[in-house]
Design a binder for this molecule. Structure first.
Ligand code: FAD
Length: 453
């Protein structure tokens, strides 16, 4: 007998319910990845995520080969390709991870119907990409939890299953595969220069290093921009090179205040997923419509994208995004608040730009975090505006983060780097750095009156 393990956002062999489910169901397994043309057509396969994905696929293929198997790669319409492979191999079951976006939900329905038409079974593993599956924690009257703190309390108490080990042997039937794709072939365009390498091997190495020490400083330093003291595991979690259940399990084993704070942060992933599972429209539409009269894309948004707003902390973070395909969470909060509230530009403009560049770009986490900051999401204090100067004082007090990312300001010492407009005339003139594009007090007034009555 044959079963298909269809990899999507779970590109790993350890703690893989999809691979394990297929192995338990049949003598032979087709570990299959389809380069879905729908994802490319939707513009979701960008140079950064394409390059990272290519690394993940090469590593997954190598891990399967070590176990006597290999990865089978096809490209085209995912449903058509899976059915074709089922036909070619006589596979009776297809195992796949549950997913929440509207695109993924539609795709799953199409796949289920197509397989049913061939008398094949689709087995969806709801726990393959989350710790607690969407829908498992819900208040009595709702399809999802709208407030994080009570969600987190129940999430912590729920207790996840134990992680599964990697299989020792994977026997694959004789079947054609395309060669593993090259990064450039996946998404045209050049990836960011500071992109991390994709794949489960690198992911596990980083997780081990992280839990071996740095996590202990997480509670104190996670918001310190210059310290750069977060795990940077987000791309590996996005592509499923790491199982969130295993990450949480190992962090809890490690214990301590740092590990606990880190686990709490991982719960946000599940929180956003269950919001999107219940409200797929929130990827595009306001989760809570507050009648904002957003300003459209234009010159201000362009300065924001270019990292030339004249507010050094905002510009530093925007440039980190371009160079690394990643941005520190505090930077994401500050730059998103600056676009959506200070410039009062539609949050969708910013969310699109983030998705174009972030290697961890994720519909649930990106769109719902943007909505959180813009005040249309699940935030309990939707009118908070982050002042970039006050944020600078708290989270980059010495100005080191700004000097790291804004070379024009490197010769300015200490915290003076955050207010270049106050520098002595000749120094100010020498710096090729713009004046602020907006007055913060005027911007605050515009935001407060911007909402229609
Ligand atoms: P750590 O601080 O080490 O946290 C560990 C893990 O917890 C992260 O890898 C991530 O999986 C999860 N996590 C942490 N914070 C959050 C959060 N606020 N929401 C959801 N999950 C979280 N995260 C993404 O993975 N993809 C995105 O597209 C994304 N877009 C964002 C957009 C905005 C405007 C904001 C404010 C946040 C966004 N985040 C996104 C959340 C967060 O910024 C990143 O997950 C985090 O910066 C990744 O770095 P890290 O792995 O070092 O995080």
């Amino acid at each position: 007998t044959v079963a298909i393990a269809l990899f999507t956002a779970d590109l790993r062999t350890h703690d893989s319910p999809v691979l394990r489910g297929a192995l338990d169901a049949a003598d032979q397994v087709v570990p299959l990845f389809v380069l879905d043309e729908g994802i490319r057509a939707a513009g979701f396969r960008t140079p950064n995520r394409g390059a990272f994905l290519a690394g993940c696929l090469a590593d997954l293929d190598a891990a399967l080969r070590e176990r006597g198997g290999r990865l089978v790669i096809r490209s085209g319409d995912l449903v058509r390709e899976v059915c074709r492979v089922a036909e070619e191999t006589g596979a009776g079951q297809v195992h796949v991870a549950g997913d929440v976006s509207a695109f993924a939900q539609r795709r799953e329905e199409r796949l289920r119907a197509a397989l049913a038409g061939m008398r094949r079974e689709l087995c969806v593993h709801a726990d393959a990409a989350v710790v607690i599956p969407p829908g498992a924690i819900t208040p009595a009257d709702k399809g999802h939890s709208a407030v994080f703190t009570p969600f987190f309390r129940k999430w912590s108490a729920a207790g996840a299953r134990r992680p599964l080990g990697a299989p020792r042997k994977v026997s694959v039937p004789d079947i054609d595969s395309e060669p593993p794709p090259e990064a450039v072939g996946l998404a045209g365009g050049r990836p960011s220069s500071g992109l991390p390498p994709g794949g489960e091997t690198e992911a596990r190495r980083r997780l081990k290093a992280w839990l071996g020490g740095p996590v202990d400083r997480y509670e104190d330093l996670h918001d310190d921009l210059a310290a750069d003291a977060t795990s940077r595991l987000s791309p590996y979690l996005h592509f499923g090179c790491l199982s969130p259940i295993e990450v949480v399990h190992r962090a809890r084993q490690r214990g301590g205040a740092g590990a606990e704070a880190f686990v709490r942060q991982l719960a946000w992933r599940d929180f956003n997923r269950q919001l999107l599972a219940d409200r797929p429209d929130a990827a595009r539409d306001d989760y809570r419509c507050r009648q904002d009269r957003w300003r459209p894309d234009g010159e201000d948004a362009e300065a924001w994208r270019a990292g030339r707003t004249g507010y050094p902390l905002v510009d530093a973070a925007m440039r980190q995004l371009v160079t690394e395909g990643w941005m520190h969470n505090r930077g994401r909060l500050i730059t998103a608040s600056f676009l959506a509230k200070t410039l009062y530009v539609d949050w969708r403009v910013g969310a699109r730009h983030f998705l174009d560049l972030l290697v961890d770009g994720d519909v649930a986490n990106n769109q719902l975090n943007w909505q959180w900051v813009a005040g249309t999401g699940a935030a309990t204090r939707p009118n908070v505006v982050l002042n970039p100067l006050l944020q600078a004082r708290r989270f980059d007090p010495k100005g080191d983060y700004v000097r790291r990312w804004v070379p024009e300001l490197r010769e300015v010492e200490g915290s003076a780097v955050h207010r270049p407009w106050l520098l002595p005339g000749d120094l100010r003139r020498r710096l090729d750095y713009p004046d602020p594009i907006v007055d913060l007090d005027e911007a605050l007034a515009r935001f407060r009156t911007g909402r229609a009555a």
